[in-house]
Design a protein around this ligand. Structure first.
Ligand code: SAM
Length: 231
């Protein structure tokens, strides 16, 4: 339960240096957040593509979080060049990726300051099929306000699922929320975000499972609008 969850009282108290030692004095905070990251496939795929961008996975299951932590630690060790040129530790692979065990439905604003994220990922979230379980879904009007808060204007929400009903649900809620606007896959590819979309489709463990079972994948992406005086 949440009692066992250790979370920062506010983002300002979060010490990221333990997570990203190579960036300890950079003043950087995570810009990509993978909500319910599972076994970490997305983060591992994106880390080398955006070596200067800090990325964080949030995962509620203890063993799964531990697995991702171990996976990142191993990648950092095995991928480290034998002798790095001085002052280029940040160039060592996988230094920019980490994971926390967290209930993302409760504590997101404890981790991320306002307007700090440029990408939020909801990849193959638990579907919670039954109507009485819909409140447990990771996309809901209350939570959208939190997602809008932590995203920078222009930041992107990526959602993908193999459950058509959940796809319609996420799309309907995001479209109805005044601070988000729909953005097409083609538009994102034009903006150079094709490599992110490819990872969204193919890099996660759940996405690969869907692939093996020849399931369909439903993508929906949204842009955090510029704040206006009325919003
Ligand atoms: N995104 C991963 C993928 O595509 O392979 C994992 C998908 S899996 C179906 C959903 C994940 O979300 C599980 O690992 C689950 O433990 C995690 N999860 C569910 N509710 C969560 C919450 N409130 N906070 C953080 N993680 C959560």
């Amino acid at each position: 339960s949440d009692h066992a969850l250790d979370y920062p009282p506010s983002p300002q108290t979060m010490d990221w240096s333990a997570h990203f030692p190579a960036f300890a004095n950079s003043g950087k905070t995570p810009e990509f957040a993978d909500i319910g990251c599972g076994f970490g496939g997305l983060l591992i795929a994106l880390a080398p593509l955006f070596p200067d961008t800090l990325m964080l996975g949030l995962e509620i299951r203890v063993q799964v979080t531990q697995y991702v932590q171990d996976r990142i630690a191993a990648l950092r060790t095995t991928s480290a060049p034998a002798a790095l040129p001085t002052a280029s530790t940040a160039a060592a692979p996988y230094q920019n990726v980490s994971v926390v065990r967290a209930n993302a439905m409760k504590f997101l604003p404890n981790y991320f300051p306002k307007s700090s994220l440029s990408a939020l990922f909801f990849l193959f979230p638990d579907p919670h099929f039954k109507a009485r379980k819909h409140k447990a879904r990771i996309i809901s009007p209350t939570l959208l306000a939190e997602y809008a808060f932590v995203l920078k204007p222009g930041g992107i929400v990526y959602t993908i699922t193999d459950v058509h009903d959940l796809h319609e649900w996420m799309k309907a809620h995001l479209e109805a929320f005044p601070l988000f606007e729909s953005v097409t896959e083609a538009e994102l590819r034009d903006q150079g975000k094709g490599c992110i979309l490819d990872a969204v489709y193919n890099s996660t463990e759940e996405g690969k499972k869907v692939e093996r079972n020849s399931g369909e994948k439903w993508l929906a992406c949204f842009r955090r609008k510029e704040a206006t005086r009325t919003s």
